[in-house]
Ligand binder design. Sequence first.
Ligand code: CA
Length: 480
Amino acid sequence: MGNNKTMMQYFEWYYPDNCTLWHKVKKEAQNLRNIGVNMVWLPPAYKGAAGIHDVGYGVYDLYDLGEFDQKGTVPTKYGLKDQYLEAIEALHRNDIQVLADVVFNQKMGADETEEVIAQEVDMNDRNIAKTDPYPIIAWTKFNFYGRNNKYSDFKWNWKHFHGVDWDDKGRKNSIFKFYGKEWDKDVDTENGNFDYLMGIDVDLNNVDVAEELERWGKWYLDLCQLDGFRLDAIKHVREGFFQNWIDKMEKSTEKDLFFVGEYWNGDINVLQNYINNCEKNISLFDVPLHYNFFHASNSNGFYDMRTIFDGTLVQTSPENAVTFVDNHDTQYGQALQSEIQEWFKPHAYSLILLREAGLPCVFFGDYYGRNGNEDSTLRGFLTLLMQTRKSYAYGEQVDYFDDEHVIAWVRQGDKEHKDSGLVVIMSNAEGGSKEINVGPNLANCVLRDITGNMSENVYVDKDGNGIFYCGDGSVSIWTK
Ligand code: CA
């Protein structure tokens, strides 16, 4: 059986550009272990087009982990290569697995231009050409002069891409599809065809590209002893590509690698299809659950809490679900802005951390704070939840989703974890109470609310029955 798994996303969008994150990871590794984190997702570690200001998704050079003087800096936003390796080592010393962020869909910040024949396509339907093919000047040549062929002598040019968003000749912004190239068919259907997202769209059908990314993956795995990958923007990449890449990575190591994909779509059918079509074992972030949290948090108590798991991945495919509350993209001011309101975060985190299904991922911004400020008002509560997950959230789960606003569930505890078992009861409107049977392990016990929201204890009788309660719009968690 073992202990519960908990992931942490170890960055947020507005973390300062001061090259200190890897150092912080190393310093915090032991604390993370203590609170029950056993998997950490680190941000893209390679050099981005915006140098130290690049969060990491504007990929310039996959082989530059903060080692070469490129884009005006040796370190990346997060630090130097050696500091990255030390951070990973510290996590491993504390039995924490490391997931690296893999961004294959786009590149940015090319070194040189070249003339390419291209066609403009409609922004809202990329299947429709707006112009005849004509010559543009595209920034598509990557020579990586600062790296000087170390690790790989592969140079990128327009043939390795589908298209770009800038013609340097006409000084024009548009989506330019290169002549002779087609968008991949099996991608998300938003905007007609969502192969193109931003920057220079990588042509993953190109054999040389596929080989180079495989070579890179093996180099990266071997150098950093990674335990898995978070795959960025997979809805913009043809379905079969990652299956093949995952297969290659699995075959190159003895480790049982973990893969989680970011398929940003709130429609459960789309996510479920992706999983069903993928022969490889891949998890996805539970985007529909995030949106349920978002709607619940914005409904002023009018959300029916019995439906909080409806249409979610954790409900239909729990083995493949990585549950989360917020991330670097849902933050205020970001592309997918949909941050869960503060009052509902304790509810949302309880719903991912204290239940049986799903692998929960705690967001750096919620645990530490934003903009480099260590001022998160949630940190105390999150620490308590994570420790509770680690020590108490075991055994059979029984739901009491029998009221529109006050819902509860029991974890009955197991023999392996001493004193384990708990009751969670929460309301998104007025507080309330429920008679709940906690099962045999917690029968004949006194349970207290570890959140401190409720001060009176609950006495459970010899049959396991007790009356549990919570306050207005809040969560109470009862343990022995
Ligand atoms: Ca693409």
